[in-house]
Write a new protein. Structure first.
Ligand SMILES: [Zn+2]
Length: 238
């Protein structure tokens, strides 16, 4: 997991940058606040203002460590540009993502040791989490959104810290995902998201700084996926 600019400056939604690589329809910049996505989370979207106008950024693709901003059009950019992150998109994803940590904590607390087997956070305000929960009745999972909304209502602080990856590996519950565990940074640090008194786990995504910033959370469906997996689908309510 690289340390992204959006990790260091989560409130940075607009900044200048210089083009360091360009192909028709894609551009690499010397700095970028776009979150590239990963671990089930979609990338940021936004725009890049350049000498010839403004072009939308529809996604991010990392190829051989180069972060390519995918452009809505075959334009090839050069020189200085202005990057703008779509704040609504970022917010929706951060709300769902933070809520998914709370859901995960509730599941982990109630059925200790439960592993996350998959997660997807979408830009349209929907998401899902898959848990390895073979013996649990689906009805028991449907009501878990009340617990998530309780934590939203309490306005709990959320912060990110870095810990030594070796220490993290021996701390129970910190790396909780079978398939979406983030790799450490180049200097061996693991980014941990702490929701005060609720949850503490390794993650490279974008989150709120307080659970009270989330709209209400609602579980829409619980499905069985194979013998062991339970899939919980959820949305942000208005
Ligand atoms: Zn996260």
């Amino acid at each position: 997991m690289a340390v992204y600019l959006c990790h260091e400056q989560p409130d940075l939604y607009e900044h200048g940058a210089v083009v360091v690589g360009a192909l028709p329809g894609r551009v690499a910049l010397d700095r970028s606040a776009f979150h590239p996505g990963g671990g089930g989370q979609v990338s940021d979207t936004g725009t890049i203002e350049h000498a010839g106008g403004v072009v939308a950024v529809t996604g991010i693709e990392i190829v051989d460590d180069v972060v390519w901003h995918l452009l809505d059009g075959e334009v090839a950019l050069e020189g200085e540009v202005v990057v703008r992150i779509d704040a609504d998109h970022r917010s929706r994803v951060a709300q769902l993502h933070t809520d998914s940590h709370v859901l995960n904590a509730i599941v982990f607390d109630r059925w200790p040791g439960t592993l996350v087997t998959g997660a997807q956070i979408n830009a349209d305000g929907t998401g899902r989490m898959d848990f390895d929960l073979s013996e649990v009745d689906n009805d028991a999972l449907r009501g878990l959104d009340a617990g998530v909304n309780d934590v939203i209502g309490r306005g709990v602080e959320v912060r990110s810290v870095y810990v030594d990856a070796g220490d993290a590996a021996t701390t129970a519950g910190l790396v909780r995902s079978l398939s979406v565990a983030p790799p450490p940074t180049p200097d061996g640090q693991l980014r941990i998201i702490e929701i005060d008194g609720i949850d503490r786990q390794a993650c490279g995504g974008t989150h709120l700084s307080n659970t009270g910033q989330s709209r209400p959370f609602r579980i829409t469906k619980v499905e069985s996926k194979g013998k062991r997996n339970r899939r919980i689908r959820f949305v942000l309510d208005d």
